[in-house]
Design a protein around this ligand. Structure first.
Ligand code: IPD
Ligand code: CA
Ligand code: CA
Length: 267
């Protein structure tokens, strides 16, 4: 068994490789390179190229690991290690020329994420953690914010485009948090939302119906930065449900109370 640091170092290498591919492809992106997967859901040739290169890099070090990647699905291996790969988080921004997107890569051992990397190639910021080792942006240690009351907090969220039937309760949660706080942004990359929560730019983040590859790396980074993460009921089923609240220790219970009130029925 390789150490968690070996997993991290491969994740970092793979993220750099993917990040270069999507950054190089960004300015010259052609219409012929973009396709629609579903309503409000785009994919580009660059998502695929980034993913293929990331998988090649991981397979080079760990040929027998399982890999769950957004565009190519699950490749089961003969190991207790599973990788979660989002080769381009923020494709909607990407296809509209908005320079906010990332690569997200995590490695889990026996179901527990032990290494995670979120790379924003536009700003050259790599957020990373290994379990028990703290959280970092490039070479600097990061911490969640120290805000205590909602009125001074700045949040991020995502709209429920995958399940519009939950729009009403989502908007109720939005209204209550908006009213109580100092502001809300919608970034368009859940991995960046989590990374920014980890380094205190945001005081908290909530979104529903995310996918495991959107959140696996970012959740570890938030936790290693001293934050709390749960699903909408306060449990740990966010990898299955995709429903997630993340914040610093003081703010988390206040956010969870509001999110639970409006969104506890979201399956
Ligand atoms: C999306 C982004 C976005 C979130 C969506 C995700 P993608 O990932 O993380 O912020 O709101 O739910 O699907 O499709 O760009 O990899
Ligand atoms: Ca994603
Ligand atoms: Ca993606």
């Amino acid at each position: 068994m390789k150490s968690h640091h070996d997993l991290l170092s491969t994740a970092k290498d793979a993220a750099e490789i993917g990040g270069k591919i999507i950054l190089n492809g960004f300015r010259g992106l052609k219409k012929s390179q973009v396709r629609i997967k579903g309503s409000g859901d785009w994919v580009t040739d660059l998502d695929h190229r980034s993913e293929a290169a990331i998988i090649r890099r991981i397979r080079k070090s760990f040929p027998d690991h399982s890999i769950q990647a957004e565009e190519s699905g699950i490749g089961e291996g003969h190991s207790d290690v599973r990788w979660f790969i989002d080769p381009l988080d923020g494709t909607t921004n990407y296809v509209h020329g908005i320079p906010v997107f990332s690569v997200s890569i995590a490695a889990a051992v026996d179901g527990e994420t032990v290494a995670g990397v979120v790379l924003d190639p536009v700003h050259d910021e790599m957020f990373w953690s290994v379990k028990g080792g703290g959280a970092f942006r490039n070479r600097s240690r990061i911490r969640v914010s120290d805000k205590k009351s909602l009125s001074e907090c700045f949040f991020s969220s995502g709209f429920p485009w995958r399940s519009k039937r939950y729009l009403r309760p989502y908007l109720d949660s939005f209204e209550e948090i908006f009213d109580a706080s100092a502001g809300i942004r919608r970034m368009g990359s859940a991995a960046i939302d989590l990374a920014y929560t980890a380094c205190g730019r945001y005081d908290g983040f909530w979104e529903m119906k995310l996918k495991p590859w959107d959140v696996a790396a970012g959740v570890l980074i938030v936790r290693e930065a001293g934050g709390i993460v749960s699903d909408f009921r306060g449990g740990q089923n966010f990898m299955e449900t995709g429903n997630l609240v993340a914040a610093n220790r003081a703010v988390y219970p206040q956010m969870l109370r509001i999110v639970k009130k409006h969104l506890k029925g979201v399956e």
